[in-house]
Ligand binder design. Structure first.
Ligand code: ZN
Length: 239
């Protein structure tokens, strides 16, 4: 597992009310309501579409049992649900090609990240571009005052964790903050690609701040909690 998702999965049990799910072969994991794809359930990410399913507890294995997603939807989707169906299908497009990767949300997510419809036309959207080199995200890193311009393009996402980008000596806290930033860059990228929305740096920054504040509340270690609260204040929330 690449560290970003490993971290998210490691941190989820203490940060979220939901129980951590062991994926196994996908039979025991609920497609909509379990956490298997990222820090939010698909029911949370696609609420309109979710309200149209007749099988809210369908397993991941069932949904991927044939080539088209088995979502068991009511006929006549609302416009919002139809839009979400497009987004979800795009997000899941690579999953069913590689069933073994259903075992790890991170792998499927990064697979879909490298599909042809990326953030910048004509540029291969690898992890380095997606999180660091993309002009959209360079601007965000600059906005929060973190210098990424000297990072080499050969850097893999996992190596990001070994670069000391943040002045934070607690590795667990450092990794959480970095995860939070990358996660919100990822969300910004999805808003652009799937909803054609351009999020401002302030929007992304505000979300980072809110996420860290939320995560700190659910942190079991008082020291980590305090540090995450401090980091929450690091991200500008108004101009
Ligand atoms: Zn780009």
């Amino acid at each position: 597992m690449t560290p970003i998702w490993k971290d998210i999965y490691d941190l989820l049990p203490s940060f979220r009310k939901e129980t951590k799910v062991l994926l196994g072969n996908g039979l025991m994991t609920a497609f909509w309501v379990d956490l298997w794809f990222g820090p939010d359930t698909l029911a949370d990410m696609f609420p309109a579409l979710f309200s149209h399913t007749l099988r809210p507890n369908a397993s991941v294995a069932r949904v991927f049992s044939i080539t088209t997603l088995q979502l068991s939807l009511r006929p006549r989707l609302t416009a919002a649900a139809a839009q979400e169906l497009m987004e979800l299908s795009a997000l899941m497009a690579k999953c069913r090609m590689i069933p073994s990767l259903l075992l790890s949300g991170e792998a499927t997510l990064f697979r879909s990240a490298s599909s042809s419809s990326g953030c910048c036309t004509g540029i291969e959207e690898d992890c380095f571009h997606l999180f660091i080199a993309c002009p959209r995200n360079r601007s965000f890193w600059a906005f929060i005052g973190i210098d990424v311009t000297s990072l080499p393009a050969s850097l893999g996402t996992d190596q990001l964790w070994t670069e000391s980008l943040l002045l934070e000596n607690n590795p667990r806290v450092c990794s959480t903050v970095l995860t939070c930033v990358l996660w919100n860059i990822w969300k910004c990228r999805n808003a652009k690609i799937f909803r054609h929305e351009d999020e401002t740096n302030l929007t992304i920054s505000r979300r980072c701040s809110e996420d860290l504040s939320l995560w700190s509340n659910r942190c079991s270690s008082p020291v980590d909690r305090l540090k995450l609260e401090t980091w929450s204040g690091f991200f500008p929330v108004y101009m």
